[in-house]
Design a protein around this ligand. Sequence first.
Ligand code: MCA
Length: 502
Amino acid sequence: MFLDTLADHCRNQPDKVALQFIGAQPVTYGELAAAVNRTADYLLALGIQPGDRVAVQLPKCLPFIYFHLAAVQIGAIFLPLNPAYPSAELRYFLADSGARLFVADAADQSRIDPITDDLPEHRVTISIDKPHDSGANWLKDWPARRDYPLPSDPDQTAMMLYTSGTTSRPKGAQITHGNLTANIASLHEAWGWRLDDVLLHVLPVFHVHGLVVALHGALHAGATAILCPTFDAGTALDLLCSGRFSVFMGVPTMHRRLYQLAAGRRFDLSHLRLMTSGSDRLPDDLFFGYQDTFKVTLLERYGMTETGMNLSNPLHGERRVGAVGLPLPGVSARIVDPDTEQPLPDGQIGEVQINGPHVFKDYWRQPEKTADAFSADGWLRTGDMGLREPDGYYTLKGRAKDLIITGGLNVYPPEVELVLMEHPAVAACAVIGCPDDEWGEQVVAAIIPRDGAAANEADICAFCREGLAAYKVPRRVVFVEELPANALGKIQKAKLREEMCG
Ligand code: MCA
């Protein structure tokens, strides 16, 4: 399994650099193993048992990675939380998951105390006051312990990642050790990961893309990951031009910024053997712009929180613009009629369904929503529409579910609508995504104000910031007298998009 492969690298190449934040000390594979073992010991001393949920809300830093690897190593369930989540969202995740431990940055202590004081299953909050500490100093006074027996049950849950539903509060997707191992082995083969690869890691680590596809990918290969705490296009372009890196993974918003920064100049980034794009659709102009500006043909791939990666353009072979490529090794994909779930012939648009050992276990304590996520014969309903070409390439064609993807992050309108409806001046509302060159889509809200209520866009957005991560907050608020609805009273969002997105 993934952890066994990582343990082998730590034993076989202890002096090789595993991780290094830009401008900080490197951490070798030997130091990584020691830091993770000390953290595992620390967790066990706190009473953390296999199956306990360990929630971590930290900036992208080494302690975040140590807690992640230590929690999964002792059989606990790692729950990464976006640092942008405000208290209201945090309270929900900690309560719903029954987190046994919550790890936060010392700087957030006053914001967090009121939340953790009244959570029934909550036990301990640890504060981290040096988030970018180096490996050798981490818990250095803690007794380093023997190596731990690694989890051996592939069906044991390793991580819980919250992903929202189109009609409900966020649900905890349980990802097992077997899921992680299957997907990372599949990507290792498909993307040709090598021992001598050097990854430039600029993604957040609270999502599958940055934590599993990128970081696990590098560690599973015994490669080196150089990490930036946040994404800055100028820094990234300088680093990519340095010749030091062989792999880069980003979302279209990042690639757009790099392309815009190049502004008509030419760069030769062909020394990078793999540059991927995902988490949102890669616009055609960006695909061709990269070829012209950077001498790179981006490899577009398709995944989701519940599965990791499913489809990918080939490392060697045609990378087709606008397509998400072919099923990865071990992955089965099909296109079905969303109503009958009968497979459709090539060329016809239907729902993309996925099967394989990488598909998640279930939604935490949500048996009904788990059942809804799978077809009668056990395939995962992705909620994405697409078609299969006769040569096996898949192209996505929109979404069956109400979803906005902005800067590579999923925003489910019902979540935003729930918060908007709590505002005293809002009588009714509808949230949609409008196309945006930089973000892919931006969140836009149409609001019918209560009679006589005085409300303005700034007031509404400030209210939303209290209850939602900033990226979910509407970028535009339009006050309307009515919302387009069908005979059943269901708001017609497609019509609203036509009216509001220009
Ligand atoms: C930040 N802002 C955003 C977003 N991110 N607004 C809309 N959409 C966003 N995604 C807002 C902030 O709230 C802030 O607003 C302002 O932009 C600047 O914030 P900052 O964090 O500085 O933004 P940024 O640095 O410009 O962020 C852009 C970004 C970031 C680097 C592209 O969005 C990002 O890291 N995206 C990657 C997300 C990701 O990892 N997705 C993978 C999900 P204000 O100033 O008002 O506060 S996993 C997945 O999708 C599956 C598994 C898959 O296939 O990979």
